[in-house]
Design a protein around this ligand. Structure first.
Ligand SMILES: NC(=O)c1ccc[n+]([C@@H]2O[C@H](COP(=O)([O-])OP(=O)(O)OC[C@H]3O[C@@H](n4cnc5c(N)ncnc54)[C@H](OP(=O)(O)O)[C@@H]3O)[C@@H](O)[C@H]2O)c1
Length: 316
C-alpha cells in the first residue's frame, strides 16, 4: 500500500478541484496522492481523472454521511462550493457545514477551503451604494463563503482560507468574452472603470493549492489570496487585441448598467464588480502575485493564458 498522503478533492471534475487533482497526479515523485470526489464516478470527466491514477470516489456534499465516508483515511481535503449551479447562498452554507463536520469527524490534518470575502464587512446592508440582494447579502456568492469561514474554525479543523480570483476562463465559459457591438467592433465589458481586477487561469488555482499542501503546516490557520495578474479592463482589452489580432475596446459600463443586464446572477456580479472597484486596494492586496508564483512557479499571466486559450474564446 502506498504511504502517500491522500488529498480528497471536492469539485474534482470542475475547474478548481480538477486543477488540484491534475497538479498532484502529475508529480509522481511527490508525497501526496489524490482522491477525486464526484457525484458520478462513471462520467467522462471522472474517468479522465481515474486515468491520471487518482482514486475516484462517490459523494455528494449535500449528504454529510457520504462525505464523511469519502474523507476516511485522508490526510487533507480541498473544499469548494458551487454557487452558480443553484444560486443559493443558503445551500452553500449548508454544504460548508457538512464539509467542516465531515472533516472534523475524519480527523483531517489540513483542509484548504476555497472562500471569498464577506463583503458586508466593508459594505453593511445599511449602505445604499449598492442594492441588498436576497434580503441579507450584498454579493451573495461572496458573502455566504466569507461568513462561513468561522464554521471551520469553530469545528477546530486545521484550515487554510484560500481567496481565489476572477477566472480568465470566464471569457470562454461564463459569457464574459468580447462581443461585437452595433459598430462591428469587439468590446470587452467589465464594469471596473480604471481599477484593477485580480485574475487567474482557473487551472492555476489547483496548482497553488498543491503548493500550499506541500508547505505542510505553514499555511494552516492562515488566509492566502492568489492571482496571476491584477489588470484593468483597458489592459485586458489591449491584451485581447494583440492575442486576437483585431481591436477589442474596453466597454466600461457602470455597475448599475451591469446589474440591469437581466441574466441570472447579473445583480450579484454587478455588486461584486462594484465591491472590487470601490475596494480595489483591499481586494488586490489580499491576492498577492509573488506569493502565488512562489506556490506555483508555472503561474500564468493573462498573456500566457490568452496564447493558450484564445481559440476557445467565443466571439459573438
Ligand atoms: N468563475 C470565477 O471567476 C470564480 C472565481 C472565484 C471563485 N469562484 C467560485 O468557484 C465555485 C465553483 O468552483 P468551480 O468553478 O471549480 O466549479 P465547476 O467547474 O462548476 O465544477 C463544479 C464541480 O463540482 C461538483 N459538484 C457540484 N455539486 C456537487 C455536490 N452536491 N456534491 C459533490 N460535488 C458536486 C460537480 O462534479 P460532479 O458533477 O462530478 O459531481 C462539478 O463538476 C463557485 O462557488 C464560485 O463562486 C468562481
Amino acid at each position: 500500500m502506498s504511504d502517500k498522503k491522500i488529498i480528497a478533492v471536492v469539485g474534482s471534475t470542475g475547474a478548481q478541484g480538477g486543477g488540484l487533482v491534475r497538479a498532484i497526479m502529475s508529480d509522481p515523485g511527490g508525497s501526496f496522492t489524490s482522491r477525486a470526489i464526484t457525484r458520478d464516478v462513471n462520467s467522462a470527466k471522472a474517468r479522465a481523472l481515474a486515468d491520471t491514477g487518482a482514486e475516484v470516489v462517490a459523494a455528494n456534499v449535500d449528504d454529510e454521511a457520504s462525505l464523511a465516508t469519502a474523507l476516511k483515511g485522508a490526510y487533507g481535503a480541498y473544499f469548494v462550493t458551487f454557487f452558480w449551479e443553484h444560486f443559493s447562498p443558503e445551500k452553500e452554507k449548508a454544504q460548508i457545514g457538512n464539509m467542516a463536520r465531515a472533516a472534523k469527524a475524519a480527523g483531517l490534518k489540513h483542509v484548504i477551503w476555497s472562500t471569498l470575502e464577506d463583503t458586508r464587512e466593508w459594505i453593511p446592508l445599511s449602505d445604499t451604494r449598492m442594492p441588498t440582494l436576497m434580503g441579507k447579502y450584498k454579493v451573495p456568492h461572496f458573502d455566504a463563503k466569507g461568513e462561513s469561514n468561522k464554521v471551520f474554525t469553530d469545528q477546530g479543523v486545521p484550515t487554510t482560507f484560500l481567496f481565489t480570483s476572477f477566472y480568465w476562463d470566464n471569457l470562454i465559459y461564463f459569457g464574459m468574452g468580447p462581443r461585437k457591438g452595433p459598430d462591428g467592433k469587439l468590446a470587452f465589458t467589465l464594469p471596473m472603470g480604471d481599477r484593477k481586477l485580480p485574475g487567474i487561469a482557473a487551472e492555476d488555482i489547483g496548482k497553488c493549492a498543491y503548493g500550499i499542501f506541500k508547505k505542510g503546516s505553514e499555511f494552516i490557520g492562515k488566509s492566502v489570496g492568489i492571482a496571476g495578474e491584477h489588470l484593468t479592463g483597458k489592459q485586458m482589452a489591449e491584451a485581447l487585441s494583440v492575442a486576437l489580432g483585431q481591436e477589442v475596446v474596453h466597454n466600461a459600463v457602470s455597475p448599475e448598467a451591469f446589474r440591469s443586464f437581466g441574466f441570472p446572477g447579473a445583480e450579484d456580479l454587478g455588486n461584486m464588480f462594484q465591491f472590487n472597484h470601490d475596494f480595489e486596494h483591499v481586494f488586490c492586496a489580499v491576492r498577492n502575485i509573488s506569493v502565488s508564483r512562489a506556490l506555483n512557479p508555472s503561474l500564468q499571466t493573462f498573456e500566457t493564458w490568452l496564447a493558450r486559450n484564445k481559440a476557445s474564446i467565443p466571439l459573438e
